[in-house]
Design a protein around this ligand. Structure first.
Ligand SMILES: C[S@@+](CC[C@H](N)C(=O)[O-])C[C@H]1O[C@@H](n2cnc3c(N)ncnc32)[C@H](O)[C@@H]1O
Ligand code: SF4
Length: 374
């Protein structure tokens, strides 16, 4: 019995890439359209990983597998505690610039592009560009309000887009933190995506206010019934213009939620990913700052992750190659203590002041706003 428990626990401890592939695999088993989606993604992942090895040697830089990009910081919602609400809205990447980052990402061997923001679908070109760059897997996080049934069909037909619709639990949790009616909108979007045959899931932010509901069987069962094949739980980080320190989970809450996550993986027909646990791995080192991912903001600034708006390069000057060769990101990686989290879910945010000091040795540094110290 003990052996069986240990084995199932080991099975449920996987990295994010493997978790995503597992959920795609489970989802793909039911029909040939889905199996085609799955095989194509695996094939492109393989090509990208070979290309990455070659390009790393060629450019003498570190090319992570995942590019996170916020093509816009504009949004039609105003959610409480959103980290992006005090970012700059103007001087966005043009369509040509957005397109060229994606072309370069393919050439360099990135395999996955996480599209976030702001609300990514507020830009009319976001879906067009995802459809165009078929060799990249797009994981798009959205509030869902701008996805019509027609766009859900396009998402499904494109065959390279995973849509994560944000929801905070039940109606009261979601409408409390997001706009009134946001829960209904999310459920409607799940409906469109399911009917269109797309691969999709939910994204929820864990806070002290909704953690019990998120961990409940009822919530997870509802997400499965809505057609979600995957779910991302991200722990709240107290940043942005109105940080809610009372929403930060205690270590006890965090660990007890971890147990629930491992149980869900073993017992429910959905794969769930938990940040920070699945991002940090056993060595407790964050995978951002170019280790496994980096972030490009809406103005082209290269940032270690979306939560830490400090940058040294802009892809408008040096392209994505400059991000992969960034001395600033390398300096963060060389100070591994900056990548180790303590009380919060994000080590880089927790070490914001030290990173700011580290950044001062570089010129032209762009430092985003941070209202309060934690
Ligand atoms: C910033 S939003 C952008 C995409 C889209 N507008 C949406 O809401 O899904 C991406 C995800 O980050 C989450 N988020 C926002 N502020 C956060 C914070 N301070 N800590 C952790 N997650 C946060 C949101 O709930 C959402 O699931
Ligand atoms: S969480 Fe998403 S929908 Fe809400 S304000 Fe932030 S960017 Fe907009």
């Amino acid at each position: 019995m003990e052996n069986r428990d240990t084995n199932s626990k080991r099975r449920s401890e996987k990295n994010i890439g493997n978790l995503l592939i597992s959920s795609l695999w489970n989802w793909s088993l039911s029909n040939s359209h889905r199996s085609k989606f799955f095989s194509k993604i695996c094939f492109y992942f393989l090509i990208a990983s070979i290309r990455r090895i070659y390009m790393r040697a060629k450019i003498r830089g570190r090319i992570p597998a995942v590019l996170a990009i916020s093509p816009t910081m504009r949004c039609n919602y105003d959610c409480m505690g959103c980290y992006s609400r005090d970012r700059v809205y103007n001087n966005e990447l043009t369509t040509e610039e957005f397109d060229s980052v994606l072309t370069e990402a393919e050439k360099l061997g990135f395999s996955t592009v996480v599209v976030t923001g702001g609300e990514p679908f507020i830009r009319q070109d976001t879906l067009n560009l995802m459809e165009k760059h078929k060799r990249l897997l797009f994981v798009t996080i959205t509030n869902g309000s701008l996805i019509s049934f027609e766009s859900a069909k396009r998402i499904s037909e494109s065959g390279n887009i995973v849509t994560l619709v944000s929801i905070e639990g039940f109606v009261s949790d979601t409408d409390f933190r997001r706009n009134e009616g946001a829960h209904e909108v999310a459920i409607r979007t799940f409906d469109y995506l399911r009917k269109a045959g797309a691969f999709f899931g939910f994204a929820a932010t864990n806070t002290t206010a909704n953690i019990e509901n998120l961990a409940s069987d009822e919530f997870v069962d509802r997400m499965v019934a809505s057609g979600c094949a995957v779910g991302f739980f991200t722990e709240y980080i107290p940043c942005g213009p109105d940080p809610r320190f009372d929403w930060v989970l205690s270590e006890l809450q965090r660990e007890s939620f971890r147990e629930q996550v491992l149980e869900i993986r073993n017992e429910k027909s959905i794969i769930v990913v938990q940040f920070p646990h699945d991002e940090y791995g056993k060595d407790n080192i964050c995978s951002a700052a170019g280790r496994a991912s980096l972030h490009i903001n809406s103005q082209g600034e290269v940032e270690p992750c979306p939560f830490v708006s400090i940058s040294w390069e802009n892809i408008r000057k040096g392209g994505l190659v400059s991000a992969c060769k960034s001395p600033f990101l390398r300096a963060i990686r060389e100070h591994s203590e900056l990548l180790q989290r303590k009380d919060l879910a994000c080590s880089l945010f927790e070490h914001f002041e030290e990173i700011k000091i580290l950044s001062l040795q570089f010129n032209n540094i762009q430092i985003g706003k941070r209202k309060k110290n934690y």
